[in-house]
Design a protein. Structure first.
Length: 105
């Protein structure tokens, strides 16, 4: 699949299942794109939503997919990202990342 910017067959099935469960497009988009290169745009989610030929993933497939993404998050962690953002800000600028820190307190 080198160079393919679209969703994989599994990702399409995951999207279809999460849509059927009532998940919001933006939440599905965030889940799919986490640590994914290249990322996909919202249009891919809409395309899956409209395609009646795509079968939804099983609950077990969804769980495995979400666990894999959670392992990536725990490896990089929000605190680590906030620390990196704080380290990157110009000296004397105390505002960088304040809104992010408040969201995660």
């Amino acid at each position: 699949m080198a160079g393919d910017k679209g969703l994989t067959a599994l990702e399409k099935r995951i999207v279809k299942a999460l849509l059927a469960k009532g998940e919001r497009n933006q939440d599905i988009h965030a889940l799919i794109n986490y640590e994914r290169t290249p990322t996909v745009n919202f249009g891919r989610i809409t395309t899956v939503k409209k395609d009646a030929t795509i079968q939804p993933a099983s609950d077990e497939e969804i769980e495995i997919f979400q666990e894999a993404k959670a392992k990536l998050r725990s490896r990089y962690g929000t605190e680590s990202l906030l620390r990196r953002a704080a380290d990157a800000r110009p000296r004397g600028d105390d505002s960088c990342g304040d809104h992010l820190q408040q969201q995660h307190l």
